[in-house]
Structures are given as structure tokens and as C-alpha cells.
Design a protein around this ligand. Structure first.
Ligand code: SAH
Ligand code: SF4
Length: 356
């Protein structure tokens, strides 16, 4: 549970809710746009910083609302420049977000839940179970924190792409996810285009098609197995939506022109990485317009899986390629700090609380 405060956190309001709050204080609607800019463009941390508002309005905002963003509890930097941030939330929960350096920009991996209820057997977050959904302000607060971190570090790369592939199953926090994506697009706010946003899901109905209809970002589907039987073994809860039904849903997914679905396939050594799996995967994907993103498993302590043999990865990739399937191998960054997207479990949070 989030501690109850009768005052809303300004970061938890979508634009229209903020407008309602501001006009409720007797102010004209354009004031809401100014406040929005302070929150999301200028990263204000207190209404008193909003210097183009009257003193009275700043005071009133301070009285009727709070302004709380996640705070950085710790940061780990990998040899390859990947940064993993452990963030503390208002109720003492912790989540992780990862900043991944690319050639000319950073990609940030966002969390949407504290833990995850899906319990995929290879995933660290899955071992935690679900504690709660993140709010609008907690999802987007990760972006505010990242921008601050990058500005302080003074590097030349800016934050450009967002992947919703951190802790949690985004489509099971559907309403907050969608409001957060809408806010991300706001031209007076964070101003991210839908081409720069990807949401990753194990496949949840009906959310998957509803999300598609919003056009707010692209879709990546965590497939990880080419048969229902194997999928049920490694992702028991996700597989309650049978593979056939998932594919049937995806065949109806409203793709924009030239857009394709991305299928994530984590190669688990000796489990789903054999040539027969590659052949079955090719057959399965003939039903949809998609490309495959192979990811070599990043072993996690306590979980019964191993990284795939590099030779098997190569063969798997080549077999897809030879059958005309577009396939990329995601380079696992931040391996030395367990910062693979989806490998997040906020283990340090427990340690931190234990040492309080
Ligand atoms: N719940 C969503 C989004 C978060 S997980 C989903 O599952 O799609 C993001 C991705 O990271 C998923 O494809 C997940 O399977 C993958 N992943 C999880 N643990 C991993 C690990 N140890 N190594 C590599 N990829 C992992
Ligand atoms: Fe949840 Fe995704 Fe991990 Fe599965 S892989 S347990 S859906 S975060």
C-alpha cells in the first residue's frame, strides 16, 4: 500500500487532472501548462521554484498538493557505461531502473511494478512476487531522475529511447501505464515520440490489443518458447493465455505502416536453444509480422538456468536468418552489475532496510 495522504502528488496527475486542480484554485487553464512545464521539462522539486507563477499560487499548490519524486538510494556503474539506479519510493519500497549507453544516446529501462506477479521461472523480479503497482509519478519519476543523473554526470549523450522492460508486467498496471505514456508525449512535458518508446509484455489479454490501439509506443512480446508445452514450463502464469490464442491476438494487432512486432527470446542454455526450437519458432512466426530479438540468458544466483553455449546461439540465429526471419542478438550490457533489463530485483533494497 502507498501511505495515504489526502494531498495528491503533483507528479501523479495526468495533464487534465492537473488542469482541474489548478482551475479549482481559481486560476486560468494556461497556468496548468506552466506548472506542467515546471514539473516535466524543468524538473522542479518544489512549487517555490516555479518563479513565473504568482506567490499566492505557489503557496496554494504547496498547501493542496505534494511534490515527491523517487530518490536515488544507490547507483552502480558497469565497465561498459551502463548505470543501474536503485530508487526509493515514498512508502519505503524500492525499484530499479537502468540507463544503457548506445552509440549516440542513452536508452532507459523503466519499471512499472514493485515485483511481478507472473513468476517466470528464469526471472529475478518474478521470484519476488508482486508488492504493488507503480503510480504515474513513480513510472515517470524514473525519467526525471535519469535526466538529472545524466545532467550531473555532464556526458554528451542524452536520453532518447525508453523501453518498458524493467521490473513488473506493464500491461497488468494498464491504467497507470497508459496515463504515463500519454504524459510522455505531451509537447510541453517530456515530449517523447511514440517511435522512441517500446513496451514489453509476456502477453496479457485484452490489454495487448487495447495498448496497440492507443498508438502510444511499439510492442515487444516476451515469447521465449516456440511451443505451448515449453512455455508453460518456463512461464507458467503467462502461458495461461495459450500460445495459439496469443498468436491469434497478435495477428489482429494494429501495426502502423512498416512497423513490426518484436519477439524477445531469451536463450536458456539447454532448455530452449536447440535447432529444433529454432525450426519451430520459424514455423510459429510465419503467422505474424515480426522480428526476433535473441537475448543470451544472464544467469541469476539461485535460479536453475545457465547461459547458452555461444555456438548454439550462433546456430540458432543463423537458422532463423536462413529462413528469412529478421533476427538480432541483443548485446547484454551491464552484465557485471546484473543490469540486464528484466534482471532487476532490487535485492539491495532488502539489504538497505536490514541495515537501517
Ligand atoms: N514483464 C515484461 C517486461 C519486463 S522483463 C516482460 O516479461 O516482457 C523484460 C525482458 O527481460 C523479458 O523479455 C524477460 O524475459 C527478460 N529477462 C528476464 N530475466 C532475464 C535474464 N536473467 N537474462 C536475460 N533476459 C532476462
Ligand atoms: Fe514478470 Fe517479465 Fe519477469 Fe516474467 S519476465 S516475471 S513477466 S518481469
Amino acid at each position: 500500500m502507498i501511505p495515504s495522504s489526502d494531498k495528491p502528488n503533483l507528479l501523479d496527475l495526468g495533464f487534465h487532472e492537473l488542469e482541474t486542480l489548478v482551475t479549482g484554485l481559481g486560476q486560468p487553464p494556461y497556468r496548468a501548462r506552466q506548472v506542467w512545464q515546471w514539473l516535466w521539462q524543468k524538473g522542479a522539486t518544489d512549487p517555490e521554484e516555479m518563479t513565473n507563477l504568482s506567490k499566492d499560487l505557489r503557496k496554494a499548490l504547496g498547501e493542496v498538493s505534494t511534490l515527491v519524486s523517487p530518490r536515488v538510494l544507490s547507483r552502480l556503474q558497469s565497465r561498459d557505461g551502463t548505470v543501474k539506479l536503485l530508487l526509493g519510493l515514498a512508502d519505503g519500497q524500492a525499484i530499479e531502473t537502468v540507463l544503457i549507453p548506445e552509440r549516440d544516446h542513452f536508452t532507459q529501462c523503466l519499471s512499472t511494478q514493485v515485483g511481478c506477479s507472473m513468476g517466470c521461472t528464469f526471472c529475478r523480479t518474478g521470484t519476488l512476487g508482486l508488492t504493488r503497482n507503480l503510480t504515474h509519478g513513480e513510472i515517470l519519476g524514473q525519467v526525471l531522475v535519469a535526466r538529472r543523473e545524466l545532467a550531473q554526470a555532464g556526458g554528451r549523450l542524452g536520453l532518447r529511447n525508453l523501453v518498458v522492460m524493467g521490473m513488473g508486467e506493464p500491461l497488468l498496471n494498464y491504467r497507470n501505464l497508459i496515463t504515463a505514456l500519454e504524459s510522455l508525449h505531451h509537447p510541453q512535458g517530456l515530449d517523447f515520440s511514440s517511435r522512441r518508446i517500446t513496451v514489453s509484455t509476456v502477453g496479457v489479454a485484452p490489454g495487448i490489443l487495447e495498448y496497440g490501439r492507443t498508438g502510444l509506443g511499439s510492442l515487444a512480446v516476451s515469447l521465449h518458447a516456440p511451443t505451448q508445452e515449453l512455455r508453460a514450463e518456463i512461464m507458467p502464469k503467462a502461458a495461461r493465455l495459450p500460445l495459439d490464442s496469443l498468436l491469434a491476438l497478435l495477428a489482429q494487432y494494429p501495426l502502423k505502416s512498416r512497423e513490426r512486432l518484436t519477439f524477445e527470446y531469451v536463450l536458456l542454455g539447454g532448455v530452449n536453444d536447440a535447432p529444433e526450437h529454432a525450426r519451430e519458432l520459424v514455423r510459429l512466426l510465419s503467422r505474424v509480422k515480426g522480428k526476433v530479438n535473441l537475448i543470451a540468458y544472464n544467469p541469476s544466483p539461485g535460479l536453475p538456468y545457465q547461459a547458452p553455449d555461444p555456438g548454439r546461439v550462433e546456430t540458432f540465429q543463423k537458422m532463423l536468418w536462413d529462413k528469412g526471419v529478421t533476427v538480432t542478438l541483443r548485446k547484454s550490457k551491464g552484465q557485471d552489475i546484473s543490469a540486464a533489463c528484466g534482471q532487476l530485483a532490487a535485492e539491495a533494497a532488502g539489504q538497505e532496510r536490514a541495515s537501517d
